[in-house]
Design a protein around this ligand. Structure first.
Ligand code: MN
Length: 431
């Protein structure tokens, strides 16, 4: 993915708030989402500063032409996602020019801006299928060590991106409440299983990747072409019930411990917006040789993504005291062992058909440092070492009323920093 005028950091927007330093949505970002105002129909929008540009209204005004623009007449992004990079790029260039300082449309376009607090965000697309990977070797090692101290990493880990099929129906947009799930729990090796609300509710700090154009059933996607099948990226919280997981996962993997809810941030940051923030793949070159379907020189050189990720917590008591969220995790996606292209190519390597709008979760983003552990299971060492918050409260896992907030940000000298907006959810008591 090459750089072009839409990455030029010197360009400003006529939407003043987009030019504020540290803003998640400057002119160089332009993430897509689906929103509505109360009482109105859902439609495609683009985030700019603290506003949402109504793309459908721009289309009706005759300011946007071409297939990609016309796909934005739908109340979901699937049609746009299906088109591919050349179309996405043309639309991005046009939206950039429309929102750049000096655009002749600027005075008329003011009417097509919706203040973010008035925009109710929906899921960005129909998500047909959802798959979650396990691409952080630090996460896999930390978690593996708790269950198999002498043998934390299983023999397949360095040969293929491990994943499982998740459930699309329970994916929700940021802001939706999360009801504490019930499940089968076995409190100790001696005790019989019981059916009860989870006592070990956790978050997992991840990125989600939206599939663009799909592949025919039976057809593989070569790793060299994999990124042309990736539309964009969101933040993803793979809420997990660790006690349910520990009892149910053998031998077929995660099931009800994971599928009760997955929260995503509603703005999809495009792969083109992320072009300045690519990084070398973190997988060491002296690790076992990759099989051909996962091996690409270009992917090795720049298949990674440098996205700084944070998870923070607000408890009920903190909310009442109006204290700021407390950061629990801070990691960087560049530490991931497997790249997004490797995950996608591997997924299709048996001929499994991917479809526009499918979602691939990266797996918990953890790094080598203690503060970069991306879930409470790792931070509090499976409940053995609860953390003490600034409020004086202790946490081994999430309690009712806790709100988890993720943020993501890309920074690089010479480029405009971009962000992902928030990905938040509050835990409600079991029903
Ligand atoms: Mn996960």
């Amino acid at each position: 993915m090459s750089l072009n005028h839409t990455h030029d950091a010197s360009r400003k927007s006529w939407v003043e708030s987009a030019n504020t330093p540290g803003c998640d949505f400057p002119l160089q970002n332009l993430p897509f989402g689906v929103f509505h105002r109360r009482g109105e129909a859902p439609r495609v929008g683009v985030a700019i500063g603290d506003k949402v540009l109504d793309v459908a209204a721009c289309l009706r005004a005759g300011w946007l032409q071409g297939e990609a623009a016309e796909a934005c007449a739908q109340p979901e992004l699937n049609a746009l996602m299906a088109l591919g990079p050349a179309h996405w790029s043309a639309l991005r260039a046009r939206l950039f020019d429309l929102l750049a300082e000096g655009a002749p449309e600027s005075s008329q376009a003011q009417a097509f801006l919706v203040p973010m607090p008035e925009a109710v965000m929906e899921l960005p697309c129909r998500i047909g299928d959802y798959t979650d990977f396990y691409a952080s070797i630090d996460h896999a090692t930390n978690v593996g060590r708790m269950f198999r101290p002498e043998n934390p990493l299983l023999p397949n880990y360095k040969h293929l991106p491990v994943g499982y099929h998740g459930r699309a129906s329970s994916i929700v947009a940021s802001g939706a409440d999360i009801v504490r799930p019930h499940g089968q729990i076995k409190p100790s090796p001696e005790a019989p299983p019981e059916f009860a609300p989870t006592r070990q509710l956790d978050y997992e700090l991840e990125l989600g990747f939206f599939v663009g154009p799909g592949n025919e059933l039976g057809q593989r996607i070569p790793i060299e072409a994999a990124e042309q099948h990736l539309f964009g990226v969101c933040l993803l919280n793979d809420w997990s019930a660790r006690d349910i997981q520990a009892w149910e996962y053998q031998p077929l993997g995660p099931f009800l411990a994971k599928n009760f809810a997955t929260t995503i941030s509603p703005w999809v940051v495009t792969m083109e917006a992320l072009a300045p923030f690519r990084a070398a793949a973190a997988r060491p070159s002296d690790d076992p040789a990759l099989l051909p379907h996962l091996l690409s020189q270009q992917d090795r050189e720049c298949g990674g993504l440098a996205v700084e990720l944070e998870a923070s917590l607000t408890t009920e008591r903190m909310r009442q005291a109006e204290t700021q969220p407390q950061r629990l995790s801070r990691g960087n996606f560049r530490d991931m062992y497997w790249t997004p292209a490797q995950m996608l190519a591997h997924h299709a390597s048996n001929g499994c058909n991917l479809r526009p709008g499918d979602l691939l979760g990266s797996g918990t983003v953890s790094g080598p440092e203690p503060e970069s552990r991306g879930c409470l299971l790792e931070i509090a060492e499976r409940g053995r070492k609860p953390i003490t918050l600034a409020s004086g409260e202790q946490r081994a896992f999430l309690l009712d009323g806790d709100e988890v907030l993720f943020r993501g940000r890309c920074e690089r000298d010479g480029f405009a920093g971009i962000g992902f907006g928030g990905c938040a959810g509050r835990v409600l008591p079991a029903r």
